[in-house]
Design a protein around this ligand. Structure first.
Ligand code: NAD
Ligand code: MG
Length: 360
């Protein structure tokens, strides 16, 4: 039986993955569970799935746990920058990686893919848009461009966002997710991270990645071919499918992972996004165009600004202002190692932190 290690087991993606195992949509033996908080829940899950667990408190114990509980594939569903180190540890153990933690790709860039290559390990995206593109590109590798769909979040077309609360911003219209990604979905910073993620995953320049607003979250992304045709992947908005298909990786024919899509009464709409309404998405495009340390700085600044907003230290509209100010700095330092990434990440966090304090 295929074996699976789950990192970020108590979060939204981790819970969906474990439900898929319970419901036998995923035929795997779990070798270990990792999380950062909720130790009682983690202990109960480890008992249920008869596997060891650890609360990640430091790098060396995480590395030893991953090494001791090696699996065929690891699902990295850790939230935020901490996911990068875990991804690298899994790849260094030669494990394939079902990757939900988009920050690993955004921050890691070429360093992550070089590590995978060196260890003959594969990176299979779990993010629904990238999962869609990954499957669409099989058999049609010569896409002209990638079209990533965005729900537009809870505030699309609404002005006057100065006094929005973290709870309102985290209330996503179509997906139930962790807090950071939900807030990022409202500013479209999440789409920005996904544009960068797609650039690295599929080796596409920024000008061949489109974003279209699609409120229903049924079309998970598309590929545009040179002949003018466009292929799309459609399914109900449920992360079970991208998780199960990444972990399964074409090994078994999957049946009824999500309910069949009904076309009765289904309306699909698409609209352009506005650069002034969503400056964070525009900044992410710039980060992908420039590469070097810009993607690391974008991710770090956004993480710091969102955390400050959640702590009610800055206003909702300050998130974009702070990320924009950080991106104005010089991030042209080349990145060739994990250490380089950490240095640039710290610098960007420091800068963003200073800017957040000025807004109090
Ligand atoms: P979440 O906040 O619900 O869960 C995060 C999990 O990671 C928790 O189990 C937490 O304990 C664990 N964690 C946090 N820091 C850790 C650390 N340092 N070491 C070990 N574990 C740690 O987040 P989520 O919504 O499940 O998202 C997880 C990742 O998947 C993010 O990168 C997100 O962008 C991505 N993603 C999520 C969704 C979704 O539907 N939720 C969709 C696409 C991509
Ligand atoms: Mg996504």
């Amino acid at each position: 039986m295929r074996t699976l290690l789950i990192l970020g087991a108590t979060g939204s993606i981790g819970t969906t993955a474990l439900n898929a195992v319970r419901q036998k949509k995923l035929d795997v033996r779990i070798t270990g569970l990792v999380a950062h908080s909720s130790s009682d829940r983690l202990r109960a899950l480890a008992e249920e799935f008869s596997c060891p667990f650890t609360l990640n408190t430091d790098s060396s114990s995480l590395r030893s746990f991953i090494r001791a509980n090696r699996a065929d594939i690891a699902l990295n569903a850790i939230a935020g920058a901490a996911g990068l180190e875990a991804s690298l540890f899994c790849l260094q153990e030669g494990m394939d990686l079902a990757l939900a933690n988009k920050e690993s790709v955004v921050m890691g860039g070429q360093v992550l893919f070089d590590e995978a290559k060196k260890n003959k390990a594969r990176i299979i995206p779990v993010d629904s848009e990238h999962s869609a593109i990954y499957h669409l590109l099989k058999g049609r590798p010569d896409a002209e461009s990638l079209v990533i769909t965005a729900s537009g979040g809870p505030f699309l077309g609404r002005g006057d966002l100065e006094n929005v609360s973290p709870e309102e911003a985290a209330n996503h219209p179509t997906w139930k997710m962790g807090r950071k990604i939900s807030i990022d979905s409202s500013t479209l910073a999440n789409k920005g991270l996904e544009v960068i993620e797609a650039g690295f995953l599929f080796n596409m320049p920024a000008d061949r990645i489109e974003v279209t607003i699609h409120r229903q979250s049924v079309v998970h992304s598309m590929v545009r071919m040179k002949d003018g045709s466009v292929y799309a992947q459609l399914s109900p908005p449920d992360m079970t499918l991208p998780i199960v298909s990444a972990v399964n990786d074409d090994r078994q024919v999957l049946h009824e992972v999500v309910r069949p899509l009904s076309f009765s009464g289904l309306t699909l709409t698409f609209q352009d996004w506005d650069r002034t309404e969503f400056p964070l998405l525009a900044l992410a495009y710039k980060a992908l165009e420039r590469k070097k340390s810009y993607p690391v700085a974008f991710n770090a600044a956004d993480e710091v600004a969102v955390a400050a907003f959640c702590d009610r230290k800055i206003r909702y509209t300050d998130i974009a202002r702070i990320v924009s100010a950080v991106m104005e700095e010089d991030w042209s330092a080349e990145i060739t190692s994990y250490e380089d990434i950490i240095v640039q990440d710290r610098l960007a966090r420091l800068k963003a932190g200073q800017l957040c304090s000025c807004h109090i």
